[in-house]
Write a protein that binds this ligand. Structure first.
Ligand code: GLN
Length: 249
């Protein structure tokens, strides 16, 4: 039986926006295909993980204070994380976690939370805590040559700059900063995005892109994933796409 090893970072701290749902969706879509999902949580005080021992690393979003707390712990793994990324381990990073893999995150009070500086982007919140990018968001993304709409919900004060390879083009909502045309950060083995929702619950193509990437890399195959019944996901996607993209019609 094929299996994937998933490291779930700071589930007790980065869980303000329900991003745990991404782990549940991945587990569901793997097990529906007879693939075992081995999910290992890691948080402050646990034994140090070797990131390269995993196929997929996941971390969700959180508030500034929690980001400041865990950044002091996460920095201990900077080199191990860089090595894992270079080895091709997949990283799915949502919002606060996305921010912490960049150079730094400056919060609304002007305090700097050092990032891992694994990627060149940086994030600065506006100096008014009330000014946040909050609302539904729709992207156009290209995953393995397939254009797909990605639908979610954003809630961030941080404005992210210096993204050379975004996750998607903004069709509705803000993106990396107020009124941006681009959202997130993307590499073949990294999806870093502001989209909560949770992201994967409404975007089966994104889930399956991640699953296929991880299986192909681990088993050195070009796996064709068995299609799943995404009737409800697609009904939801149509409802939301019509609501947000065809508003004026
Ligand atoms: N605290 C960060 C911000 O406000 C991240 C928020 C989040 O993870 N949704 O930008």
């Amino acid at each position: 039986m094929k299996e994937l090893n998933i490291l779930y970072l700071y589930p007790d701290i980065l869980e303000l926006y329900g991003d745990f749902g991404n782990i549940q969706v991945l587990k569901y879509r793997l097990e529906k295909r007879g693939i075992k999902a081995n999910i290992t949580p890691y948080s402050i005080g646990n034994d140090a993980p070797n990131f390269s021992n995993y196929d997929l690393i996941f971390a969700g979003g959180g508030a500034d204070q929690e980001q400041g707390i865990l950044s002091k712990d996460l920095v201990n793994y900077k080199e191990n994380i860089k090595e894992a990324i270079e080895n091709g381990v997949f990283f799915l990073l949502i919002c606060g976690a996305y921010q912490l893999f960049g150079k730094y995150y400056k919060d609304a009070e002007g305090d700097i939370i050092p990032g891992l500086n694994v990627f060149d982007y940086y994030t600065e919140a506006l100096n008014d805590r009330k000014k946040r990018c909050i609302g539904n968001i729709v992207l156009n993304c290209n995953l393995n040559g397939k254009e797909t709409k990605v639908i979610g919900f954003e809630n961030h004060g941080g404005q992210t700059f210096d993204i050379e390879t975004p996750f998607g083009d903004v069709l509705y909502g803000n993106g990396n900063k107020f009124g941006d045309t681009k959202e997130g950060f993307f590499r073949e083995n990294v999806i870093a995005t502001y989209l909560h929702g949770p992201l994967l619950s409404k975007n089966p193509d994104v889930s399956d892109y991640i699953i296929k990437y991880c299986l192909d890399r681990k088993y050195n195959e070009n796996i064709v994933l068995e299609p799943l019944d995404d009737t409800f996901e697609n009904l939801c996607r149509k409802q939301l796409s019509d609501r947000f993209l065809n508003k004026d019609k």
